[in-house]
Design a protein around this ligand. Structure first.
Ligand SMILES: NC(=O)c1ccc[n+]([C@@H]2O[C@H](COP(=O)([O-])OP(=O)(O)OC[C@H]3O[C@@H](n4cnc5c(N)ncnc54)[C@H](OP(=O)(O)O)[C@@H]3O)[C@@H](O)[C@H]2O)c1
Length: 250
């Protein structure tokens, strides 16, 4: 199959591209940046520029591109951009649009999660589709904790459970879903274990050889309630793969 990967340059995309190539697919990468080689198509979800050309002659699309927490730009990429991509895919007769999404988005009243949900709804309307929802990627938690550790007291939402997953594991599931075709179903990919952010931060500090007192952060309101209730996790659906501890010590 020829498969277009949006977000090919991102954390997940860099795992999905080799996973698809290893499975024998002809992979075309999409980016806003100019094409360095023939297997690359330049397009911008925020404006629609280049999208019709990007989806031409592809059998399937892995739609991983996202620009979270950027106000109006996120609406233009993640919601309007997903609609533009879906419409271009429909015009081109693409046989499968797979959308990368996030576990828990329907239970967490957070603006970005509402935007991801809107993206899911668009994909489910009018093209053969599948959705792969994942929990937090190890590198994303690493980035959040690195930012927090820049402060003298490290703010950590201590009681919030997370279930970090290796993006390579998510990539494998995405490749399997693409090979299987449009299931019109949501597949969840969660990490092997549930840990509170206090535990995640403690392991991170240890692995990085850093000393920082943690400042327990109370997330207020309905958002905090959903986080503390474990809405970011699916403890009964663990996936095999590296744990947080394994990843930190790799
Ligand atoms: N990070 C997590 O913990 C996590 C957890 C669960 C699910 N997910 C989902 O997994 C997917 C990939 O996440 P990630 O963390 O790998 O993302 P990432 O590393 O932030 O990469 C984002 C990608 O989106 C592309 N992009 C951004 N704006 C664009 C635009 N206007 N037009 C075209 N491409 C654009 C970027 O490509 P260029 O800069 O090359 O244009 C880049 O490749 C997302 O859908 C995300 O919601 C992420």
């Amino acid at each position: 199959m020829r498969i277009l990967v949006t977000g090919a340059t991102g954390t997940l995309g860099q795992q999905v591209v080799p996973a698809l190539q290893a499975a024998g697919h002809d992979v075309v990468r999409m980016s806003r940046r100019a094409a360095p080689d023939a297997g690359w198509r330049q397009a911008d979800l925020a404006t629609g520029e280049g999208l019709d050309g990007a989806v031409r002659d592809v059998d399937a699309i892995a739609h991983l591109a996202s620009s979270p927490y950027k106000g109006k730009y996120t609406q233009r990429t993640d919601v309007d951009g997903t609609q533009r991509l879906r419409d271009a895919a429909r015009r081109a007769g693409v046989g499968h649009l797979l959308f990368a999404s996030i576990v828990g988005i329907d239970d967490i009243p957070w603006k970005f999660f509402r935007q991801k949900l809107a993206g899911e709804e668009l994909v489910r309307d009018g093209v053969p589709w599948s959705i792969v929802r994942a929990t937090q990627f190890h590198p994303a938690i690493d980035m959040v904790l690195s930012g927090a550790a820049r402060l003298p007291l490290m703010p950590v939402p201590s009681q919030v459970p997370g279930q970090p997953v290796d993006p390579a594991v998510v990539a494998r599931v995405i490749a399997e879903n693409l090979a299987a075709g449009p299931s019109k179903q949501i597949t969840n990919v969660c990490g092997p274990e549930v840990l509170t952010f206090k535990e995640l931060a403690t392991a991170w500090l240890e692995a990085r050889g850093r000393r920082r007192p943690q400042l327990p952060l109370h997330v207020p309101g309905a958002l905090g309630k959903a986080f503390r209730a474990g809405a970011l996790t699916l403890p009964d659906q663990p996936t095999e793969g590296p744990t947080w501890h394994d990843w930190l010590h790799q």
